[in-house]
Structures are given as structure tokens and as C-alpha cells.
Design a protein around this ligand. Structure first.
Ligand SMILES: [Cu+2]
Length: 121
């Protein structure tokens, strides 16, 4: 009986830990990653990092690296920058942007299912 209680307690703590990790993970991933000159965004089941922060009037290279075979992610669209790029599997595809104004600019997959965001400050 004692062992049962210990196991149940451990599972309970594990569950709490998982919930904490889950929400902390969500929170962390919604924080923007500040970009200097360049950044690589991994494309696999979404975008990582999904939110990046760029400086206005500064040329920045964004490289997309897709490792997800799903055709859903084979295109990335940055409509505010008039960019639509095909992302071949396991290849680095770089774009250069120089944001002219501050604000938040989304980028999405070709079907508008996965979302990322460029914050310009
Ligand atoms: Cu899609």
C-alpha cells in the first residue's frame, strides 16, 4: 500500500511538472527572439522561433530551414514584405529584409495555417 501511495504521489508531481513546463514553454515561445544581423528559423511543425524582433531600417537576413516533409509548410509568405518563398526540404533559404516601419508583421505558411510574427522596433 505504501508503495502505491508513493507512485501516485510521484505521478501527481510529474503531472504538475508537466503542466508547469507546458505553460512555461508556451510563454517562452511567445517571447520574441531579438535578432542582430541574421537568424535561422527552423520549420518543423511550425516555426521556431515563431516570433522574432528586428530593428527598423536595419538589414536582416532570415534563413528558413525546413525539416518537416509536410507540404503545408513548403511555402512561407511574408505579405507585408511582398515575399513568398518555396522552402525545399533540408535546405537553407535566406531572405533579406530591411523593415521600414515599426509594427508587427505576420508570416504564415502557404495555406495560412502556421503563423509566425516579426516585430519591428
Ligand atoms: Cu500550411
Amino acid at each position: 500500500m505504501e508503495l502505491d501511495k508513493i507512485i501516485v504521489s510521484l505521478l501527481g508531481f510529474g503531472g504538475i511538472g508537466f503542466i508547469g513546463w507546458f505553460f512555461f514553454g508556451k510563454k517562452a515561445s511567445s517571447n520574441a527572439v531579438e535578432v542582430g544581423d541574421a537568424i535561422t528559423i527552423q520549420v518543423s511543425g511550425g516555426y521556431a522561433p515563431a516570433t522574432i524582433q528586428l530593428q527598423k531600417d536595419k538589414k536582416t537576413t532570415i534563413t528558413f530551414h525546413r525539416t518537416d516533409p509536410s507540404s503545408c509548410l513548403e511555402e512561407v509568405v511574408l505579405s507585408d514584405f511582398k515575399i513568398r518563398k518555396f522552402l525545399p526540404l533540408n535546405k537553407d533559404i535566406s531572405i533579406e529584409i530591411t523593415p521600414q516601419k515599426a509594427g508587427e508583421f505576420p508570416f504564415v505558411c502557404g495555406m495560412n495555417m502556421f503563423h509566425g510574427k516579426i516585430i519591428v522596433k
